[in-house]
Design a binder for this molecule. Structure first.
Ligand code: MLT
Length: 264
């Protein structure tokens, strides 16, 4: 489905019955990463998975895409769907940065939060420089350069060896990101604010789900967030890297199912 946004549009899927749950993907990915969740959880929740601007099948707006801008896009879509409170939001990696930006502005939206493969802190000076060189690389060499560098770190070593079809489908999702999307997201992530001071203020239940073998955002980051959020629980998923929802979908879905049941 399409949602008209300024001079472009966002593309999203909606499936299932129950408490609304918005899924926000990471970089450079798309709503397709949530297909195992749409398939596995639609009996207990009404799922919405959106392609952020410049990603998947959404319009390739020019960047930069601040995390606030991406959060405001999600809010506008939710408003259009008449979802104004008591929803769940699940953000993966950059989607987690967007989830925290959404909470900062609209805490009343949230009945619960799922933070996966993400962190609350900001980029180090070295990470900011790496973002800038990635911007130059994608402009000069194209998206494949970014994808081939990043893909081996996206999943756990076990997944890389044992699930070649899954790895190929992740590659296919990544290469479909527009150059504008990659550049806009890199610039937005480089300049994102530190959300750590927000964590103690979160007053909805939170579950943090992290792959034990995440090479892009080590599980230590999830442990730090878990220490600072009052009502949170950390679930570490073995044999999963940065994409536990795809690498171990049954375990990931079970964690969300139990979280939803605990809210009843
Ligand atoms: C993501 O998966 O969204 C990115 O790895 C996050 C980041 O680069 O900070």
């Amino acid at each position: 489905m399409k949602y008209q946004l300024d001079n472009g549009f966002l593309t999203y899927d909606r499936r299932g019955m129950g408490i609304p749950l918005l899924f926000i993907h990471g970089y450079p990915l798309s709503r397709r990463i949530w297909n195992p969740q749409l398939d596995g959880l639609s009996d207990i929740t009404s799922l919405i998975s959106v392609d952020l601007r410049g990603h998947g099948e959404s319009y390739p707006f020019q960047g930069p895409y601040s995390m606030d801008l991406l959060a405001s896009d999600c809010k506008r879509l939710l408003d259009d769907l008449n979802l104004k409170s008591s929803i769940l939001v699940c953000g993966l990696s950059m989607g987690g940065y967007v989830t925290l930006a959404l909470y900062r502005k609209y805490p009343q939206l949230f009945r619960g939060m799922i933070l996966t493969s993400t962190r609350s802190g900001t980029d180090s000076p070295e990470a900011k420089r790496n973002r800038d060189s990635s911007v130059n690389n994608v402009r000069e060499l194209g998206i494949s350069f970014i994808v081939e560098n990043m893909l081996p770190k996206m999943v756990s070593p076990v997944t890389l060896l044992s699930k070649p079809d899954l790895v190929n489908s992740i590659r296919d999702i990544m290469v479909k990101t527009s150059v504008q999307g990659v550049v806009g997201a890199l610039q937005g992530m480089r300049d994102r604010p530190d959300s750590t001071s927000l964590l103690p203020q979160i007053n909805c239940p939170v579950v943090i789900i992290h792959g034990a073998d995440d090479q892009l955002i080590p599980i230590h980051e999830a442990e730090l967030m878990n220490q600072q959020i009052t009502d949170s629980r950390l679930i570490a998923i073995a044999e999963a890297g940065h994409l536990p929802n795809l690498e171990q979908p049954e375990k990931f879905n079970q964690a969300i199912r139990e979280f939803i049941q605990s809210l009843a």
